[in-house]
Design a protein around this ligand. Structure first.
Ligand SMILES: [Zn+2]
Length: 86
């Protein structure tokens, strides 16, 4: 199984048509499936979702890490907000 690191959402990158799944227990992934990939937190590497396929982890899916509270989005989503610089 591949392990993919998600990425942080950027300021203002909050699509209105999705929800944020909150991980209540840092030791338990929010989503479990029979797919190919594990998804881990961009900040602390905590396991957030296991057995998920990329089509299930589109830009509507966001997960708030139960360990560090970072809101993550799947890393393979096209980065449309990359022009934003700090
Ligand atoms: Zn984390």
């Amino acid at each position: 199984m591949a392990s993919l690191t998600m990425r942080r959402i950027r300021q203002g990158e909050v699509p209105i048509d999705g929800g944020t799944a909150v991980q209540d227990d840092p030791d338990r992934p929010v989503f479990r499936g029979n797919g190919a990939n594990d998804y881990v937190c961009a900040e602390c590497g905590n396991l957030l979702a296991t057995g998920m396929n990329p089509e299930h982890m589109g830009r509507r899916v966001r997960i708030k890490c139960g360990r560090c509270r970072t809101v993550n989005i799947a890393a393979d989503v096209p980065v449309e907000m990359a022009r934003r610089r700090r």
